[in-house]
Structures are given as structure tokens and as C-alpha cells.
Design a binder for this molecule. Structure first.
Ligand SMILES: C[S@@+](CC[C@H](N)C(=O)[O-])C[C@H]1O[C@@H](n2cnc3c(N)ncnc32)[C@H](O)[C@@H]1O
Length: 210
């Protein structure tokens, strides 16, 4: 399984959710529901790289107030249809400094968006997360990583490299599986309180606090 194909799906926002459902055999939706289960009624939730707003909708269904950030206006147009009561910001994750107030969110979430950033951007976003998270708040980030164990790593590269080339040909962009996600979180001064891997070690969900 490779998430590189995501970039192709993102250029077709209407088909993104169906495509991701097929690609992950329904796992992504289940992981998102586990993430959304952390949201409590009245919580201020921030979804970074919210895409088509499926995670935002799950949180809103639990009574939370959601702000979704994404730079792809096509994805946001679908999000607004899926979850019209969320507040959406059509900005880059590199510009959170200018748009979000200090200590304004109880929960900050992100799925499959960090792998579209460079390492420097991820560290910058992580520092912004620390700034806008309320004391006692919680961060859940799930994303594509390079698996640790040797057989999974071989399978991953055998599948990923041709997909990466295909994706580049079709979209002139690609994703960057995160080689040392946990190290980056610590570098940004945050604390990992739980970590769980999914999809044969290719997807890591981190629960993080200040
Ligand atoms: C693979 S999609 C994931 C969408 C959604 N979180 C999900 O799990 O279905 C990645 C999303 O991150 C957004 N994204 C990538 N880089 C971004 C950036 N620098 N600023 C804002 N959004 C970004 C893309 O536009 C896209 O909607």
C-alpha cells in the first residue's frame, strides 16, 4: 500500500474519499473515527490539512467546534459540502502564525498532511501547534512513515518507488513518508504520550502533549 497515490486523488477532490477508501481498504476511515473519539462536546478542534472534511464531520457529530485548514480550494469545496458548520481557512500550514491565536484549541488533529511537507515545514508547524494548543490539550497526528522492520521496508520500497514516479508524471508533486517522525516531534519540544502503528507499519498515529 502506498500513500503516494494520494496526490493523484487530491487533484480529483470529488473522488478523493472513494479513492482513499479503496486504497486503504476502509482502514483510514476507522482510524479517523478513533481519532475523532477524543473530541468532546464543546471542544475547539483544529484539523490541519483537513482535505474533504471527513474527520471534521466526525468531530462535529460528537459536538465539537472545528476549524479546518487546507491550501487546496478544491478539497475545501468538498469539505464545505460534507461538513458545512466547520470554520475553514484556505491557507498554507506555513502561515498558521498569522491566522491562529495562542492557546485557542483543545484538540489538534492531522491525518496524511505532514507527509506532504518538508522536514523544516513539519518542525515549523509542530512549533505552531505547541503555541495554539491550550494547556492540557491533546494532539493526534497520523501519517505515512517508512516502516522499521526489514521485510516491511523492502515491500514498502518495492511498491512505493514506481508509484512515486507515476505520481510525479501525473501531478508533478509527490509525498514524503516521514523517516523519523517521533524525533521531529521531540525536536519541536512536544511529548509523545502514545504511539500506534497501522497498515503493516506504514501509518503511525501519535498522541502528543505539550
Ligand atoms: C492526503 S490529503 C489528507 C486529507 C485529510 N486529512 C484526510 O486524511 O483525508 C492532504 C491534505 O493536506 C493538504 N496540504 C498539503 N500541504 C499543505 C500545506 N502546506 N498547507 C495546507 N494544506 C496542505 C492538501 O491540500 C490535502 O488536502
Amino acid at each position: 500500500m502506498s500513500f503516494v497515490y494520494m496526490k493523484i486523488l487530491e487533484s480529483r477532490p470529488e473522488r478523493y474519499d472513494i479513492g482513499m477508501g479503496l486504497l486503504t481498504l476502509g482502514s483510514l476511515s476507522k482510524i479517523k473515527q478513533q481519532i475523532a473519539n477524543h473530541a468532546q462536546p464543546g471542544n475547539q478542534v483544529l484539523d490541519l490539512g483537513c482535505g474533504t472534511g471527513t474527520l471534521a464531520k466526525m468531530c462535529i457529530d460528537r459536538g465539537a467546534l472545528v476549524t479546518g485548514v487546507d491550501s487546496n480550494s478544491g478539497m475545501l469545496a468538498v469539505a464545505k459540502r460534507n461538513s458545512p458548520t466547520a470554520n475553514y481557512l484556505n491557507i498554507s500550514l506555513s502561515n498558521l502564525d498569522e491566522h491562529l491565536e495562542d492557546e485557542s484549541f483543545d484538540i489538534i488533529l492531522s491525518t496524511l498532511a505532514f507527509s506532504e511537507l518538508t522536514r523544516a515545514e513539519r518542525i515549523h508547524v509542530m512549533k505552531q501547534i505547541k503555541r495554539v494548543l491550550k494547556n492540557g490539550g491533546k494532539v493526534l497526528i497520523g501519517d505515512e512513515i517508512i516502516p522499521d522492520n526489514f521485510p516491511a521496508k523492502c515491500f514498502y520500497y518495492a511498491f512505493r518507488l514506481p508509484m512515486r514516479l507515476l505520481t510525479w508524471i501525473m501531478t508533478q508533486t509527490t509525498t514524503n513518508a516521514i523517516p523519523s517522525f517521533e524525533e521531529e516531534v521531540r525536536e519541536a519540544g512536544m511529548k509523545i504520550v502514545n504511539s500506534k502503528s497501522y497498515m503493516w507499519g506504514m501509518f503511525l498515529l501519535l498522541e502528543i502533549e505539550k
